[in-house]
Ligand binder design. Structure first.
Ligand SMILES: NC(=O)c1ccc[n+]([C@@H]2O[C@H](COP(=O)([O-])OP(=O)(O)OC[C@H]3O[C@@H](n4cnc5c(N)ncnc54)[C@H](OP(=O)(O)O)[C@@H]3O)[C@@H](O)[C@H]2O)c1
Length: 323
């Protein structure tokens, strides 16, 4: 089988396409024939070995796991002993964040429990864009509490991997959505249904007179004090953390600032590859409420190019990698 691998932490040019032995499913495992995979910012972090603290888990000097790729959509090819509920030919999808990574390949062997059924109406290419970033968007919005029709929702840093899903999920809840990002990403955000877009290089939304019922912060560039200014009375702010310091600030000080100002501010504990979330995302895809945006498609031997495009902020939608 062919798989994209790396021998050390580093920029995308550490990646190479390798020929590996065909995987044998052990007890409780399944081999999936990969139909499509996609990249997320977490793949870039995994490649670079950042934050450095994460290397305590992934290998201090060299990565313990040479395989890369989180999001996968494919077909079950073989199952090991003790696997129930999956059979060869079944359509499945997953985020392999805590199941060994390795979706950038033509086959991947994973714990069968990591795989969720993928409805026949959802194309593999669409499905492959969703598990990691769609789950983050869903969980981030859920952490803000139920969104009522007509509520004003601000998605800050909306033009990356997670944001377009957050915009569409908030719209599906009936919210009026304002999306903040810059450049060509603003057109993408209009296309996925944002009611209004703001270019952060031209306007500081925290310095305007705008107030929002919910702020989902993906950019993670501002302090609690600044973000508090754009919350309406009783408003809710949720951070999808990118930096450990900011996570600590929002987790520890957020509830205090919230209590003092009649709002709710904080972050949440992310849960990768939760089956109920994948089922909810599948329903949103089937209904058409969520329509993934694919920027470009790459083959396995072009994986480094795809990582480069994502890491430099050039992507306008998800980057697909197909075997
Ligand atoms: N909290 C958790 O438990 C958890 C779990 C998993 C992952 N994560 C992290 O969550 C993040 C997910 O976000 P993502 O993948 O959507 O990131 P992303 O693709 O980098 O998107 C962030 C967007 O924000 C834009 N941006 C940059 N500065 C901004 C500013 N000052 N104001 C508004 N927007 C700004 C970026 O534009 P440019 O790039 O063009 O500058 C980019 O389009 C990742 O960093 C991931 O590591 C968190």
């Amino acid at each position: 089988m062919r798989a994209v691998v790396r021998d050390r932490y580093g920029p995308p040019d550490v990646l190479r396409l390798a020929t590996l032995d065909a995987p044998e499913p052990g007890p409780g495992e399944a081999v999936v024939r990969v139909e499509a995979a996609s990249l997320n910012m977490a793949d870039v972090d995994h490649l670079l070995g950042r934050p450095r603290l994460a290397r305590l888990a992934t290998g201090l000097v060299r990565p313990a796991n040479l395989r890369v790729g989180l999001d996968v959509a494919g077909t079950v090819e073989r199952v090991g002993a003790d696997v129930t509920g999956l059979r060869p030919g079944g359509r499945v999808w997953a985020d392999l964040f805590d199941s060994g990574h390795g979706s950038l390949a033509d086959r991947v062997c994973v714990p069968a429990s990591a795989l969720a059924p993928l409805p026949g109406q959802v194309a593999f290419d669409d499905a492959a864009t969703v598990p990691h970033s769609g789950s983050l968007a869903l969980q981030g919005l859920r952490a803000a509490g139920p969104i009522k029709a007509g509520e004003r929702v601000l998605i800050n840093g909306a033009g990356g991997c997670v944001g377009p899903f957050a915009v569409q999920i908030a719209k599906a809840r009936g919210a009026v959505v304002t999306a903040v990002d810059h450049g060509g990403k603003l057109d993408l955000l209009r296309e996925v249904g944002a009611d209004e877009v703001i270019d952060y290089t031209r306007q500081d939304v925290t310095r305007s007179d705008r107030r929002f019922d919910v702020v989902l912060d993906i950019a993670d560039t501002r302090s609690l004090v600044a973000l508090r200014r754009c919350l309406a009375p009783g408003g809710r702010y949720v951070l999808i953390a990118r930096r450990i310091g900011s996570f600590a600030e929002k987790a520890l000080l957020g509830p205090v600032v919230g209590r003092l100002t009649g709002t709710r501010m904080g972050t949440f504990a992310w849960h990768p590859n939760r089956r109920s979330d994948l089922d909810e995302l599948a329903a949103l895809l089937v209904s058409g409420a969520v329509r993934p945006v694919v920027d470009r498609r790459y083959s396995l031997d072009e994986a480094a190019e795809a990582f480069d495009r994502l890491a430099t902020g050039a992507a306008r939608g998800k980057l697909l990698i197909t075997p």
